[in-house]
Design a protein around this ligand. Sequence first.
Ligand SMILES: [Zn+2]
Ligand SMILES: [Zn+2]
Length: 374
Amino acid sequence: MAPIIASPDAFAQSTEYAEVLNRLTHTIPELRQAGYVVQSLSYLDLERKKRCDNCNTRCTRDTTQPLSKANSIPSPGTKYSDRQLQPQPRKDSEKEKTPAEETLRCKFHPGKYVKKKWTCCGNPGSAKPCGGATEHKARIYGPRELEGRWQFHQTPGLSTQPERCAAVAIDCEMGTAFDGESELIRLSMVDYFSGAILIDKLVFPSVKIQHYNTRWSGVTALQMDKAYRRGQCIMGMGAARREVLEFVGPGTIVVGHGAQNDFSSLRWIHHRVIDSYLIENAIAKKEAQAEADELAAKLATATGPESSTSAESIKAPPAQQKAGMSLKALIKRRCGRDIQTKGKNGHDSLEDAVAARDLVHFHVMALLEDAVTM
Ligand SMILES: [Zn+2]
Ligand SMILES: [Zn+2]
């Protein structure tokens, strides 16, 4: 991939700047709420990662949920999706079901897939399952397989290692593993203050890969193959996390945009995070509420207190309705810069890490100048 230079301008590391940056870090409940993993997975969490040998859905039976319509045989023409195979709460109208309709929790083709057809029913690969079983059958996992693949690791506490960065910005690209899980394939990290590139490497997947999601990740199988043969890859997500921890200590602030998936792909728990998406989302919510309040006030003045239109009924629209919460839209709006312009080549995690950093810098400066109240 073509190396790009991180923003040429380094940010001045003043006490005031550091204070504002510190203020922008999220609390652990905020991070959890946004989908970050904030503590090691329990034995049960790991068990829930198991997939069915027959139908490949997550197969830990949730005994609190009754069997439902979603688990019965779909009628012809029903669109078959993974979601439909998840246990769903039963509605009252679905109580009267014959046992036959409720017996198949696991649906699959019992035959083999040969020459683009299922031997059981002769249908093409995308056809909905023609058979099933009452229960899922968990794949056989090796003694440490679940732990090795899924366990999260917290940034180690104080060590004798040399000093780490005060702040970094990170972004990852992910492919799809053989079983449909997301798998880390590229890691980029820059020093927040100097803008220096700390890591920008392809990560050779720890498991077999189904596809590299090239359209989004920008990573091709050929690139991976080349980098592997030249010894330029980081070998697996564990090694990737260890490389990150060469630069990141418990006090380091890690910046990213919607970075919960990046942390997950590294199986990494870190408690000092600034997520530019969360900052922007909070601002968008405030702005939407302010607009709604203003509109309500206008209505109240125009129609008088006896009006049937209740000013209190005007609610702020959800922040997401405010278009353009993507990194691309935000960096254009805040910094006037175009990113992700390479069309079919997808994202560039280095470019995105730099963009998240610049977005946070914008908000720090705005707070310093008191231009934005948060
Ligand atoms: Zn079949
Ligand atoms: Zn199954």
